[in-house]
Each structure stands twice: as C-alpha cells, then as structure tokens.
Design a protein around this ligand. Sequence first.
Ligand code: PLP
Length: 493
Amino acid sequence: MTIERRRSEWIVEALALRLNQHRDEPATLAQRLYTPLRGWIQQGELTAGEALPSSRRLARALGIGRNTVLTAMERLAAEGFVVARQGAGLSVADLGPLPVAPAPRAAMVEAPPLSGRGQRLLDFCATLSGGHRAFAPGVPALDLFPRERWQRLLRRHQQRSPTDWFDYRSQGGLPALKSALCDYLRLSRSVRCHPEQILITQGAQQGFELITRLLADAGDTAWIEEPGYGGAQACFAMAGLAMQPIPVDAAGIDPEQAAGPPPRLIYVTPSHQYPLGVTLSLNRRLALLKTAERHRAWLIEDDYDSEFRYTSAPLASLQGLAEGAPVIYVGTFSKVLYPGLRLGYLVLPEPLVEVFRRASARLHREGQYVVQAALAEFIEAGHFARHVARMKSAYRQRQAWLRQALAPAVAQGLELSSGHAGMHLVARLASLEQEQRLVDTGHAAEVALSPLSRYYLGPGRPGLVLGYAGSDEGEIARAGGWLSRAWLDLRSR
Ligand SMILES: Cc1ncc(COP(=O)(O)O)c(C=O)c1O
C-alpha cells in the first residue's frame, strides 16, 4: 500500500471514529466532519499537499450522503484549509509555518484569581454529592410531564409567531401569559393583582436578582430564614448584603427573635418553609407584615411549591393578606412544570412595576415569547390545573413509597417531617457526625444525600433533605431501602 493510500485510510477511519464518538452532538453531520478535519490541518496532523479522500469515497465509507461531505469540504475550501488538486480532488493547503502546538489547557492558563465576590459565591454552590439522584430536593416528576401536548403547543405557537416576537421586547412578558397567570394566582393563591403587575422572569432566581439589585445596597441587611434557601442567599451575598439569619420554629420565622440593624429585605417561604417544611402561622404572618412596614422593608414571598399540599387546602398568600403591603410575590414554573423551562414571575406592588420592567429589559433582556404563548394556552385550556392535580397525587404516592422504604428505620426512631406538603421530607439525625457518615457512605453506594446542616448559615442541625418527587417507585425503593439499612447500621454501632 502506498503512503498516500495509507494516509487516506487513516483519514477515513479517524473520521468514522469521531462521528461515532460524537453521535449525540447537536451539530449537523457536515459540521462534525468539518471540525476534526480543520483541527488536524491546524495542528499539522495533515500536512500541506496531502490528498484528502474523494467525497464519493468518504460518503460511502462513512455511510453518509455525498452532499454532506461536499458541504464540509466546501467550507474547508472557502476558509482556505484545502485547495483543489491538479487533476481531481482536494488537498491540504499550505498554511505557512504553523503556530507552536498549544500546551494542554490546564497547563497553559494560570487563571487570574476570582473576585472576592466570586469566592463568596462558591460557598453557595455546593451541590449534591453526585451519583444517584433519587433524593435530589426540588426536582419534579420529569417522567410524568405531558411532553407531547407541550411539544404540539410549542410547534403551533412557533408557526404562528408574529415577527415582533423576534425583536427586543420590553413588555415584562407576553400579555396573554400575564393575564392567564393573574387569573390563576387570584383564584388559587388569593394574590391581589392585575396583569400589569406581573413581570415574567427566567425563573425565581432571576426575580431574586432583580429585587436585590433594585431594592438594596451593599451593606444593607437582609433577614433570611435559618435554615433557608441557598439560591436566594447567593443573590444577597453577591449584592454585598449582610444576612441576618432568623431561626425557624414550628410556626415559621419569628420576627420577634430578630436582632441587629433593621432589614431592607425580608425573605420568606411562608407556604412551605424551605427546607424544614413548616407553614408560617397567621399570627406570624401578621407580625411579619407589621415588622416590614415599621422598618420600611420589602418582604419577598417565595411561593415555590405551594400547589402541593396533601392534607389541607393551600393557604392564602402573604401578599393577599393586606392591601398595599410591601410584599413582592415570587413564583416559578420550575416545580409545577420543569426547571429547565426557566420561567418564573414576580407580582410587584404598583410603584415598582415600571422600574422593574425597564430594569429587566436592560439587565436581562426579554425573550422566549413562543414558549410564553404556549404556556398561556397550557394554563387557559386547563392543562396546567390538570397537570398540577395529577402531580399532587403522584407526589403523595411517591412520599408514601419513601415512608414505606424508610419504615424499618422509623420503627427504630428515625424522625421524619410531617410531609403535609411539598416535594421532600426532612429526616432528623442524632449528630453532625452521623450526617457526615451517611453522606459519605451514600456517596460510595451512589445514593446522593443532601445534608440539612448545609442549609444553615450558622451552626447547622443534623439531618437529611430527602426529595422524592422526581423519582419513580423503583428508585425510591432502592435508595430508601439503602438509607434505612445504613441508618440502622450506624445507630447500632
Ligand atoms: C425555595 C426555592 N425557591 C425557588 C426555587 C426555584 O428557583 P427557579 O425558579 O430559579 O428554578 C427553588 C428551587 O429549587 C427553591 O427551592
């Protein structure tokens, strides 16, 4: 075999391997052919003058269309990487002396240090310990989402979309979605609002960001629940706010327990405290409203999973309790639909509406109007209410499976939260050492566990936050069974 022939074989085989390895890449076939060829030419793997296999041969050997090969080759030719050979076919162009091959990435860049703010953010970026995600808190039942119906709606609205949805927008979201949401919130959450007060965001997290940036300055104080939600706390930390943790008891946070400078922001999860799961009592709600008014602070009501209540009707929102109260209601579709949707909303008091709309358009830009239109129809046609009702009974069932799997440990004293609402249970543990041992052994058994102590800013109490909504019966039985055995084993030592 001639050298030329051997090189040509190598190119075909190497391309076949690449195509096979990167089967799931979203790029087109032509791009997946173009990218390695260009890389080999740039790195000097293929040298000037070398002949490339003919498009016919490549197409046959790789089992792809000849037009696909031609598209890739035309791009390489247009960019000057290959040239037409005398006779027929293409060969590698002479690119002149090649730059010295780059060193491996990690060795090449000595990264400049993170900002102090960036360093602080890392404290809030702890995730589950990887592996099996049976207990991931806050993940809804992705397996039960009505994908086909949703895809149909998306397709229809994509086809119908007016050209101005492709433009920069600054309406605070699609009016049809704001009005569908407004009806839903008034009816099911007793929120006082009209559609203009709603600002569509890319999830609750973006809502917290906007609130923090617009309503507090560095050095201001934010009251937070202890333990509490790291997502909101990350925003407060990034804005340089001083966080004042207020302990949560069986009736929620108690504003009477707060000490120190007056707050600018007060963040609460009144329907279902995250992560402990208690509901803020009416007395505390009223006290909190009074406290906020006295300090001229803003109350941030994060109503992230209030739809899922199993033993009683959902409580009215804090926002709906008093006319003109300084409350910003934050909602999300991450729990009721799916987190990757990245849609949430704020219900803003009148004086903030215009400022927030303009700031959101400036800082984050608006978009996803096709998705918003599909969602508006999903709500208006009743699919949303039906999905929530279905998920409520699915989660009740999933919680029952988890309780069943943990029953042997519970019989021996493992303490679980009431589970009257929400998508997770909290298991109390005897010590931080026990918590750490379970997290470590869980890691080895591919059962990722979320330690409760990590949800505290101050000294943490030991426990586990056990999400059950996102896992099916088999996963819950496996992970729950493992946890039960592991806890019994640790206890008997
Ligand atoms: C307490 C709480 N609030 C809000 C959210 C939702 O955030 P987003 O809408 O950004 O997904 C979560 C998600 O985990 C949460 O646990």
